[in-house]
Design a protein. Sequence first.
Length: 338
Amino acid sequence: MKTRSLLSHAILLCSLVLVLNTSITASALTWQDKTSTIKVPDAEAKAAKAVEAAKDVDAKFAAAEVFLKKYPTSKARPQVAGYIANLVYGVTEPNQRLALAQKYLALFTEPTEATMGRPALIDSYVLLKRYDEAFDNGATYLASNPEEVQILVLLAVTGAELVRNQNGKYIKPSRQYGAKAIELIEADKKPVSMDSESWVKQKARLPELYQQMGVLALVEQNTPEAEANLEKAAKLKPGDPFNYAMLGAITNNNYQTLALNVRSMPDSKSKDEMVQKANTLLDKVIEQYARAVALSTGKPEYQTLHDQVLLDLTAYYKYRHKNSDEGMQKYIDGFKLP
């Protein structure tokens, strides 16, 4: 019963936070990266440059198709593929990006070319909420590219986002992907295809990854792992109130379980010790909730979370202070960051 209560409360807190940004960016080489170092016959170079010179995306795809038919083994082919792939990533409307990604993969069929383009396909499926296709394509892609960190992060965060909407279908693969992404980021193992700027952005998502792994572990009823992940997330990003709200929910569940046991014990020294232990846990709940309230104050995106946690905090604070909330606001203010 207590576990279900914890899960219900955790999912409620999850639902009070805004949806995360799951979209990915291109990691393919840009057109300008290599063209100046490749020597190809003039006719091939002219056909390749015609792709760049075409007036719009459809015309560029048409020019690329002409190039491939005439010069399928050209040394300029990788650069043409990279240029077209970046066009696909540059399209932000999900349906258009999906259509272009499918068109790209039908046109550029070499393994390395598919590696450049398939992430856009997977990303499009996620943006369109076609999750079965996203995870099916993601599993196939990662089987051949197990260290493609952008896809690992994308699917891990997407799985956690689905949990926020009470859809746990992809918990297990999402946890696996998240753990692998964390491993790669902490080892500073940048993919060869990724530029330094993109890698810095991926590493900055480490706190978010730990947070989402905490959510997924909690829903799988692995409370110790959830708590460990959320504590790491809080340490890496101390200004995020959600981590403390979730940690408070876990500690609160432990307190409620202990308090229930204490009530059934006869008066004794052992009971007195257990009461003290329960009060210590409750004080920890109060601290974690106070941090969440302090860090969410004045932030519109966290207003609903703030209000929900404040209700519980007030009740517990008054219980520990003779039914008075005197001093509570000062206590909360002490956890505000500069």
